[in-house]
Design a protein around this ligand. Structure first.
Ligand SMILES: [Zn+2]
Length: 277
């Protein structure tokens, strides 16, 4: 599943390729991709120009010049591709935006879980309520230590699912959560209120750094992620624990283990990340 760095990579690619492009027509071979009425969606985007591209957590926000915003969530395997004039649709193309310069923007999704919603710019949360509930972005500016201490200490949940909860911190998924817990030497089942302020300060720094580095590496390619240029992310080469179960810990050489924590596969080092009871 694309996490914040992968979605940010898609956003940057779209901004570079189709900012200023005008939508002349839309085909929707898979109508379920749109939340709400399909003809209404088409009517609201047809004739509009892509003005700029924002992101909030794992949501993409396509700003149009007519006061509308397309809210897009890639879910498991969604991908965008910008195609030259005359290009065939992909097997899993769900929506095709025809552009005035004859290129097409295609949204392709083998798993068919991704969704798109049209909203009035500034009122996106009225139609996508989860947007209003997202926690802060994992950045130096937005993710304050005071906030971290407050939310972790007033809760009594396992740290792994807590970090995956988009209402606490936006953008983290299974990959980066396993990475930052390993870096901070925290067992994934540790209860949030058992973490000291010093541990939370270190965890916060690691989250911010990891996301920054993953964006710089154009995200991680696990199954199918590629950016709009058709390039795959490179950050998988820099992962320390995710996908390395059965291999030696890069710090202590203990064999990394994979367990389920709150239904999610979780890789950790049983020596470095000791469970506190
Ligand atoms: Zn270790």
């Amino acid at each position: 599943m694309p996490e914040l760095p992968e979605v940010e990579t898609v956003r940057r690619g779209l901004a570079a390729l189709i900012t200023g492009a005008k939508i002349t027509d839309v085909d929707v071979p898979y109508p379920k991709v749109i939340n709400g009425d399909v003809p209404d969606f088409v009517a609201q985007v047809k004739g509009a120009t892509f003005k700029h591209f924002d992101r909030r957590g794992k949501y993409l926000l396509f700003r149009l010049d007519n006061g509308k915003t397309i809210v897009s969530h890639l879910r498991m395997e969604g991908q965008y591709s910008v195609e030259p004039a005359g290009a065939d649709w992909h097997k899993h193309s769900e929506i095709i935006f025809h552009l005035a310069d004859e290129r097409t923007l295609m949204y392709n999704d083998t798993r068919r879980f991704g969704r798109m919603t049209i909203a009035t710019t500034g009122e996106e949360a009225k139609v996508v309520p989860t947007l209003a509930k997202l926690g802060p972005e994992p950045t130096e500016a937005d993710l304050k230590l005071d906030y971290m201490v407050e939310i972790f200490h007033k809760s009594h949940r396992m740290v792994k699912p807590f970090l995956l909860d988009q209402t606490k911190i936006a953008g983290l998924g299974n990959i980066y959560t396993d990475e930052v817990l390993w870096q901070t030497k925290i067992h994934p089942k540790t209860l949030t209120d058992d973490l000291s302020e010093a541990q939370l300060a270190e965890l916060r720094e690691n989250i911010i750094e990891e996301i920054k580095k993953a964006i710089a590496g154009h995200g991680t390619t696990v199954h199918s992620f590629s950016n709009v240029f058709g390039q795959v992310g490179q950050f998988q080469n820099q992962l320390d624990v995710y996908g390395r179960a059965g291999k030696p810990c890069l710090r202590c050489e203990t064999t990394l283990e994979k367990i389920k924590v709150a239904q999610r596969g979780t890789t950790f080092c049983p020596h470095c990340q000791v469970e506190v009871r």
